[in-house]
Design a protein around this ligand. Sequence first.
Ligand SMILES: Nc1ncnc2c1ncn2[C@@H]1O[C@H](COP(=O)(O)OP(=O)(O)OP(=O)(O)O)[C@@H](O)[C@H]1O
Length: 236
Amino acid sequence: MATERALEVKGLRAGYGAAPVLQGVDMVIAPGEIVALIGRNGVGKTTTVRALIGLIRATDGTISLNGRDVTATSADARARLGMGYIPQGRDVFPRMTVNENLIVGELIGGPSGRKLHDFVFELFPRLAERRNQIAGTMSGGEQQQLAIGRALVGSPDFMLLDEPSEGVQPSIVQMICEALRKIRTEIGTTILFVEQNLDTILSIAERCYVMEKGRIVSEIPSGKVDAANIREHLLI
Ligand SMILES: Nc1ncnc2c1ncn2[C@@H]1O[C@H](COP(=O)(O)OP(=O)(O)OP(=O)(O)O)[C@@H](O)[C@H]1O
Protein backbone atom coordinates (compact mmCIF):
# COMPACT_ATOMS: atom_id res chain seq x y z
CA MET A 1 0.00 0.00 0.00
CA ALA A 2 1.33 3.46 -0.88
CA THR A 3 2.53 5.42 2.09
CA GLU A 4 1.61 9.08 2.53
CA ARG A 5 5.18 9.73 3.58
CA ALA A 6 7.80 9.72 0.86
CA LEU A 7 10.31 10.81 3.48
CA GLU A 8 10.11 10.96 7.24
CA VAL A 9 13.02 12.20 9.31
CA LYS A 10 12.93 12.09 13.10
CA GLY A 11 15.52 13.54 15.47
CA LEU A 12 18.33 13.27 12.94
CA ARG A 13 21.78 14.05 14.30
CA ALA A 14 24.94 13.95 12.21
CA GLY A 15 28.17 15.85 11.70
CA TYR A 16 31.81 15.57 10.80
CA GLY A 17 34.03 13.64 13.17
CA ALA A 18 33.57 14.97 16.66
CA ALA A 19 31.78 18.12 15.42
CA PRO A 20 27.99 17.72 15.56
CA VAL A 21 26.14 19.81 12.97
CA LEU A 22 22.59 18.40 12.86
CA GLN A 23 20.99 18.69 16.28
CA GLY A 24 17.77 16.75 15.76
CA VAL A 25 16.21 17.41 12.34
CA ASP A 26 12.54 16.51 11.83
CA MET A 27 10.69 16.60 8.53
CA VAL A 28 7.89 14.84 6.69
CA ILE A 29 7.45 15.04 2.93
CA ALA A 30 4.46 13.60 1.08
CA PRO A 31 4.81 11.78 -2.24
CA GLY A 32 5.00 14.22 -5.15
CA GLU A 33 5.66 17.30 -3.04
CA ILE A 34 8.28 19.90 -3.98
CA VAL A 35 9.85 21.24 -0.78
CA ALA A 36 12.67 23.76 -0.29
CA LEU A 37 15.12 23.61 2.59
CA ILE A 38 16.21 27.16 3.32
CA GLY A 39 18.31 28.97 5.90
CA ARG A 40 21.38 31.12 6.28
CA ASN A 41 24.91 30.03 5.42
CA GLY A 42 26.39 27.29 7.55
CA VAL A 43 23.18 26.22 9.35
CA GLY A 44 23.46 22.62 8.08
CA LYS A 45 21.41 22.38 4.87
CA THR A 46 24.06 20.56 2.84
CA THR A 47 24.85 18.37 5.84
CA THR A 48 21.16 17.41 6.02
CA VAL A 49 21.07 16.38 2.38
CA ARG A 50 24.32 14.42 2.73
CA ALA A 51 22.94 12.59 5.76
CA LEU A 52 19.66 11.85 3.96
CA ILE A 53 21.41 10.21 1.02
CA GLY A 54 23.84 8.34 3.26
CA LEU A 55 27.11 10.13 2.53
CA ILE A 56 27.48 10.84 6.23
CA ARG A 57 26.20 8.61 9.00
CA ALA A 58 23.39 9.51 11.37
CA THR A 59 24.62 9.45 14.96
CA ASP A 60 21.02 9.47 16.18
CA GLY A 61 17.47 9.61 14.82
CA THR A 62 15.82 7.86 11.88
CA ILE A 63 15.33 8.36 8.14
CA SER A 64 12.47 6.53 6.42
CA LEU A 65 11.94 6.39 2.68
CA ASN A 66 8.45 5.29 1.57
CA GLY A 67 7.87 3.88 5.05
CA ARG A 68 11.11 1.90 5.09
CA ASP A 69 13.82 2.70 7.64
CA VAL A 70 17.00 3.42 5.65
CA THR A 71 19.02 4.97 8.49
CA ALA A 72 21.56 2.15 8.56
CA THR A 73 21.78 1.56 4.80
CA SER A 74 24.60 2.69 2.51
CA ALA A 75 24.37 5.54 0.01
CA ASP A 76 24.44 2.97 -2.76
CA ALA A 77 21.50 1.07 -1.26
CA ARG A 78 19.52 4.30 -0.86
CA ALA A 79 20.14 5.12 -4.53
CA ARG A 80 18.75 1.70 -5.45
CA LEU A 81 15.75 2.31 -3.17
CA GLY A 82 14.92 5.44 -5.15
CA MET A 83 16.96 8.38 -3.88
CA GLY A 84 18.54 10.54 -6.58
CA TYR A 85 21.07 13.20 -5.63
CA ILE A 86 22.28 16.27 -7.51
CA PRO A 87 25.13 17.73 -5.47
CA GLN A 88 26.16 21.37 -5.26
CA GLY A 89 28.60 22.12 -8.08
CA ARG A 90 27.08 19.54 -10.45
CA ASP A 91 29.69 16.81 -10.31
CA VAL A 92 29.16 15.24 -13.75
CA PHE A 93 31.86 12.96 -15.16
CA PRO A 94 33.89 15.64 -16.95
CA ARG A 95 35.78 13.41 -19.41
CA MET A 96 32.72 11.50 -20.58
CA THR A 97 30.25 12.70 -23.20
CA VAL A 98 26.71 13.74 -22.34
CA ASN A 99 25.42 10.38 -23.56
CA GLU A 100 27.98 8.43 -21.58
CA ASN A 101 27.08 10.32 -18.40
CA LEU A 102 23.44 9.37 -18.92
CA ILE A 103 24.30 5.73 -19.62
CA VAL A 104 26.20 5.55 -16.31
CA GLY A 105 23.12 6.97 -14.55
CA GLU A 106 20.95 4.30 -16.20
CA LEU A 107 22.86 1.58 -14.37
CA ILE A 108 20.85 2.50 -11.30
CA GLY A 109 17.56 3.03 -13.15
CA GLY A 110 17.46 -0.33 -14.92
CA PRO A 111 15.05 -0.80 -17.85
CA SER A 112 13.00 2.33 -17.07
CA GLY A 113 16.22 4.35 -17.22
CA ARG A 114 16.44 3.98 -21.00
CA LYS A 115 12.97 5.50 -21.50
CA LEU A 116 13.89 8.32 -19.18
CA HIS A 117 17.00 8.95 -21.30
CA ASP A 118 14.68 10.20 -24.07
CA PHE A 119 12.65 12.20 -21.54
CA VAL A 120 15.88 13.96 -20.44
CA PHE A 121 16.46 15.08 -24.04
CA GLU A 122 12.85 16.31 -24.20
CA LEU A 123 13.32 18.31 -20.99
CA PHE A 124 16.70 19.67 -22.03
CA PRO A 125 16.97 19.98 -25.84
CA ARG A 126 20.43 21.48 -25.42
CA LEU A 127 21.66 18.13 -24.09
CA ALA A 128 20.19 16.35 -27.12
CA GLU A 129 22.07 18.71 -29.44
CA ARG A 130 25.25 18.12 -27.48
CA ARG A 131 24.90 14.42 -26.75
CA ASN A 132 28.40 13.66 -28.06
CA GLN A 133 30.11 16.60 -26.38
CA ILE A 134 32.59 16.03 -23.53
CA ALA A 135 30.68 17.11 -20.40
CA GLY A 136 33.58 19.02 -18.86
CA THR A 137 33.66 21.42 -21.82
CA MET A 138 30.05 22.55 -21.36
CA SER A 139 28.82 25.64 -19.49
CA GLY A 140 27.85 25.48 -15.82
CA GLY A 141 24.15 25.63 -16.73
CA GLU A 142 24.48 22.80 -19.23
CA GLN A 143 26.36 20.69 -16.70
CA GLN A 144 23.58 21.34 -14.18
CA GLN A 145 21.03 20.10 -16.71
CA LEU A 146 23.16 17.01 -17.27
CA ALA A 147 23.51 16.38 -13.54
CA ILE A 148 19.70 16.46 -13.22
CA GLY A 149 19.37 14.23 -16.29
CA ARG A 150 21.88 11.75 -14.93
CA ALA A 151 20.00 11.51 -11.64
CA LEU A 152 16.68 11.20 -13.48
CA VAL A 153 17.74 8.18 -15.59
CA GLY A 154 18.40 6.45 -12.27
CA SER A 155 14.57 6.47 -12.05
CA PRO A 156 14.38 8.00 -8.56
CA ASP A 157 11.12 8.38 -6.59
CA PHE A 158 12.78 11.09 -4.58
CA MET A 159 15.24 13.71 -5.84
CA LEU A 160 17.46 15.81 -3.62
CA LEU A 161 19.14 18.85 -5.14
CA ASP A 162 21.72 21.07 -3.46
CA GLU A 163 21.43 24.65 -4.79
CA PRO A 164 20.45 23.82 -8.37
CA SER A 165 20.57 27.47 -9.42
CA GLU A 166 24.02 28.27 -8.04
CA GLY A 167 26.29 29.73 -10.73
CA VAL A 168 23.67 29.24 -13.44
CA GLN A 169 22.44 32.12 -15.63
CA PRO A 170 18.81 33.20 -15.05
CA SER A 171 17.36 31.96 -18.37
CA ILE A 172 18.78 28.47 -17.72
CA VAL A 173 17.55 28.59 -14.10
CA GLN A 174 14.02 29.09 -15.47
CA MET A 175 14.44 26.11 -17.78
CA ILE A 176 15.65 23.98 -14.87
CA CYS A 177 12.65 25.05 -12.75
CA GLU A 178 10.28 24.13 -15.57
CA ALA A 179 12.00 20.77 -15.97
CA LEU A 180 11.70 19.99 -12.25
CA ARG A 181 7.98 20.82 -12.32
CA LYS A 182 7.54 18.59 -15.36
CA ILE A 183 9.45 15.73 -13.70
CA ARG A 184 7.09 15.92 -10.75
CA THR A 185 3.95 16.23 -12.88
CA GLU A 186 4.79 13.54 -15.43
CA ILE A 187 6.61 11.01 -13.25
CA GLY A 188 5.38 11.93 -9.77
CA THR A 189 8.89 12.39 -8.36
CA THR A 190 9.11 13.91 -4.88
CA ILE A 191 11.66 16.75 -4.70
CA LEU A 192 13.59 18.29 -1.80
CA PHE A 193 16.00 21.07 -2.72
CA VAL A 194 18.36 23.33 -0.84
CA GLU A 195 18.25 26.84 -2.28
CA GLN A 196 19.33 30.42 -1.61
CA ASN A 197 17.87 31.94 -4.76
CA LEU A 198 14.53 33.60 -4.02
CA ASP A 199 13.19 33.37 -7.58
CA THR A 200 13.90 29.65 -7.77
CA ILE A 201 12.18 29.01 -4.44
CA LEU A 202 9.14 31.07 -5.47
CA SER A 203 9.04 29.36 -8.84
CA ILE A 204 8.83 25.75 -7.65
CA ALA A 205 8.58 25.30 -3.88
CA GLU A 206 5.15 24.34 -2.56
CA ARG A 207 6.39 24.35 1.01
CA CYS A 208 9.61 25.32 2.80
CA TYR A 209 11.47 24.09 5.85
CA VAL A 210 13.55 26.75 7.58
CA MET A 211 16.76 25.61 9.21
CA GLU A 212 18.77 27.30 11.97
CA LYS A 213 21.71 25.90 13.91
CA GLY A 214 21.22 22.31 12.83
CA ARG A 215 17.45 22.15 13.39
CA ILE A 216 14.24 22.81 11.47
CA VAL A 217 12.87 25.82 13.34
CA SER A 218 9.82 26.60 11.23
CA GLU A 219 7.87 25.73 8.16
CA ILE A 220 6.37 27.94 5.46
CA PRO A 221 3.22 26.02 4.54
CA SER A 222 1.63 25.62 1.17
CA GLY A 223 -0.10 28.88 0.18
CA LYS A 224 2.27 31.05 2.25
CA VAL A 225 5.38 30.66 0.11
CA ASP A 226 5.95 34.30 -0.83
CA ALA A 227 8.88 36.70 -0.98
CA ALA A 228 8.13 38.38 2.35
CA ASN A 229 8.05 35.07 4.22
CA ILE A 230 11.17 33.71 2.58
CA ARG A 231 13.53 36.67 2.30
CA GLU A 232 14.35 36.96 6.01
CA HIS A 233 15.66 33.39 6.03
CA LEU A 234 18.05 33.83 3.13
CA LEU A 235 20.32 36.55 4.50
CA ILE A 236 23.89 35.53 5.24
N1 LIG B 1 33.52 18.36 5.57
C1 LIG B 1 33.32 19.09 6.67
N2 LIG B 1 34.11 18.92 7.78
C2 LIG B 1 33.88 19.63 8.90
N3 LIG B 1 32.92 20.57 9.03
C3 LIG B 1 32.14 20.79 7.98
C4 LIG B 1 32.29 20.08 6.73
N4 LIG B 1 31.34 20.52 5.86
C5 LIG B 1 30.63 21.47 6.51
N5 LIG B 1 31.11 21.64 7.78
C6 LIG B 1 30.57 22.56 8.79
O1 LIG B 1 29.24 22.18 9.06
C7 LIG B 1 28.42 23.33 9.28
C8 LIG B 1 27.22 23.25 8.36
O2 LIG B 1 27.65 23.30 7.01
P1 LIG B 1 26.66 23.08 5.78
O3 LIG B 1 27.49 23.07 4.53
O4 LIG B 1 25.79 21.91 6.05
O5 LIG B 1 25.77 24.38 5.86
P2 LIG B 1 24.79 25.03 4.77
O6 LIG B 1 23.60 25.47 5.51
O7 LIG B 1 24.61 24.10 3.64
O8 LIG B 1 25.63 26.30 4.32
P3 LIG B 1 25.83 26.99 2.88
O9 LIG B 1 24.56 27.68 2.59
O10 LIG B 1 26.95 27.95 3.17
O11 LIG B 1 26.20 25.90 1.91
C9 LIG B 1 29.30 24.53 9.04
O12 LIG B 1 29.73 25.01 10.29
C10 LIG B 1 30.45 23.98 8.26
O13 LIG B 1 31.63 24.70 8.51
